[in-house]
Design a protein around this ligand. Sequence first.
Ligand code: ARG
Length: 417
Amino acid sequence: MSDKVVLAYSGGLDTSVAIRWLKEKYNLDIITLTVDVGNERDFSAVQQKALKSGAVKALVRDAKELFVDYFIFPALQADAIYEGQYPLATALSRPLMAKLLVDVALEEEASVVAHGCTGKGNDQVRFEVGVNALAPGLKIIAPAREWGMTREETISYAERYSIPVPITAASPYSIDENLWGRSIECGVLEDPWAEPPEDVFTWTKPPDKAPDKPSYVEIGFDQGIPVAIDGQQMDGVSLIRRLNELAGEHGVGRIDHIENRLVGIKSREIYEAPAAVVLLQAHLALEAMTLAKDQLRFKQKVAQEYADLIYNGLWFTSLHQDLATYVRSSQRFVTGTVRVKLLKGSCRVVGRKAPKSLYSFGLATYDRGDEFDQSASPGFIHIWGLPVKTQAQVQLIGEAEGSLSIMPPKRPEKEGK
Ligand code: ARG
């Protein structure tokens, strides 16, 4: 009896060819695992295709709820955005897939797992670091990294073994999709000067063709988790789907980024992430109202660490556990409603309210009802500025020789006077 391999299977060309290739090269029985993370496809067709391509068993796991509850929403609470641009849709799905691959390998008594990533990307790292963390004994094979075939060669390999080549193999783009966003690479996008052609986008209307009238959306949060749209309570999966539609209709969520991959390459990435863009913005707005200044400052640093560790495949680590604990604790008063305005590709926060808001009208107002004691300010300024004054007097800031030029020179004397 041959040994078994569990292959992470998308139904695309590479993973379909991988089924045949794994059989030929390693004489393994192939069990495919397709994970439904909200990528809206016909999963029974994917299953059929796996079997047709030579798999002995084709499994599909609906992981949408797990994805939202354990990956997307914690990342939203953390405000995790890689390099200030990428909401991490693909990156977040990989550790979940690694976990499910390991689960199935144990259930099916397979000693090998496989994935379809090449050797140039981040996804291979995320899969393998994840699998190694969860089941260090499993062997990992990455066919597309080993076989050294070009895209053309892969297509003729498929034809040779009557593996159905999807129409989309004609598409010049490499696409990955889930509830949190769409990632698009390759083709003309590899020229960073070339504007992305309209055909790369499928979730978002071109902003200039979006409706002239704005839509207002009210998002209700409970401890940093979005739970309602326009007052209607919704489960996470439905809420994200709804926002993808609403915001996509207004052309919101297109991202064009030159990204630093973990493997040292800069790559041009296009993303469509309407719901993620809206929710991240709304969540930050609610935090601005419910967290103290120092909490916000500290949380920004955590957000960057958090985004980096997701991007870099370090999901299953103690550092992550520690940061996640902090993030969860930080969210206890991040409850309330944020109102956003969607118009022609833009999403703007136009209102926010929260039961535990730190915004005090009495302190902020310039009108009647002002509770701020302005007579306390001179004393505050005296003490706040004391070290500045002391240093300026002793060390002649701006005049001492060799000091940095933080001050324009004295106005030159007008000539002829
Ligand atoms: N650059 C993104 C990341 O590393 C997206 C990768 C998308 N993968 C793909 N097969 N198109 O997370």
